[in-house]
Design a protein around this ligand. Structure first.
Ligand code: ZN
Length: 243
């Protein structure tokens, strides 16, 4: 049974939920973020805040939470532009993918994560990709991730599992998962501290957190929150196991 995990952690709703999930299951968990020249540095900044709040609010998890790593992946910017790294308007490309798609990003991230896991003696990678309500990114697909797991395990000559706790659930279910893992305290922490907005807006506060409210990421997060609230009008009445 694997006991050590490396969570790809961006400071967003999804990866924070994945981190809580890993902390509830593994005795030692490290985190990894990437600087790939994001247009909005807020993503890099909120990572540290989320980690600090998790340590404060969940002492039982703090004991399991190990080093945080930040790797430079700005080489992605040399390959070409995307709406996430350059100040260009969001649009659909001719191939049907949104121009927020950064080709090869998750493939590179998983390769770097596998190399770091090798060095750190960690045998599970956790990534918050999702096929259910994603934007059609081909590197979020279950088959892509399974192929990467095989490639990394072969190429590193070491069994390396890639876990995707969110692969088959939607955003409403992701909020519900956070509630099961850490109750109202974790849901509040995710609402208040995580960042998802493509526009880097961290001043407008909505019931579901900060963001411009109109970009695709904000709309997805808002719809998920509404669905979560609709399905669980009184979350306090649900079972709320201690994290
Ligand atoms: Zn937004």
């Amino acid at each position: 049974m694997s006991r050590n995990a490396l969570v790809l952690f961006s400071g967003g709703q999804d990866s924070t939920t994945c981190l809580a999930d890993a902390l509830s299951r593994y005795s030692h968990v490290e985190t990894l973020g990437f600087d790939y020249g994001q247009r909005h540095r807020i993503e890099i900044e909120v990572r540290r805040t989320v980690l600090a709040r998790l340590r404060e609010s969940f002492p039982q998890w703090a004991a399991r939470l190990g080093d945080d790593h930040l790797l430079d992946a700005r080489v992605l910017g040399q390959v070409g532009t995307s709406a996430l790294t350059q100040d260009v308007a969001f649009a659909m490309q001719a191939d049907g993918l949104p121009n927020t798609f950064v080709p090869g990003r998750n493939l590179l991230f998983l390769t770097l994560a596998g190399a770091l896991a090798y060095r750190r003696g960690l045998d599970v990678l956790v990534i918050g990709v999702c096929e259910t309500d994603y934007s059609g990114y081909p590197d979020c697909r279950d088959n892509t991730i399974k192929a990467m797991q095989l490639a990394l395990s072969l190429g590193l000559e070491r069994p390396l599992a890639i876990e995707t706790p969110l692969m088959w659930i939607d955003k409403a279910q992701t909020w519900a998962l956070a509630h099961r893992l850490g109750g109202d305290a974790l849901v509040r922490l995710i609402v208040q501290e995580t960042h998802t907005c493509y526009e880097g807006n961290h001043t407008l506060r909505h019931p579901w957190g900060y963001g411009c409210g109109t970009c695709a990421a904000c709309q997805l997060r808002a719809r998920g929150w509404e669905g979560y609230k609709r399905d669980s009008p009184n979350p306090r009445s649900q079972e709320s196991p201690a994290p």
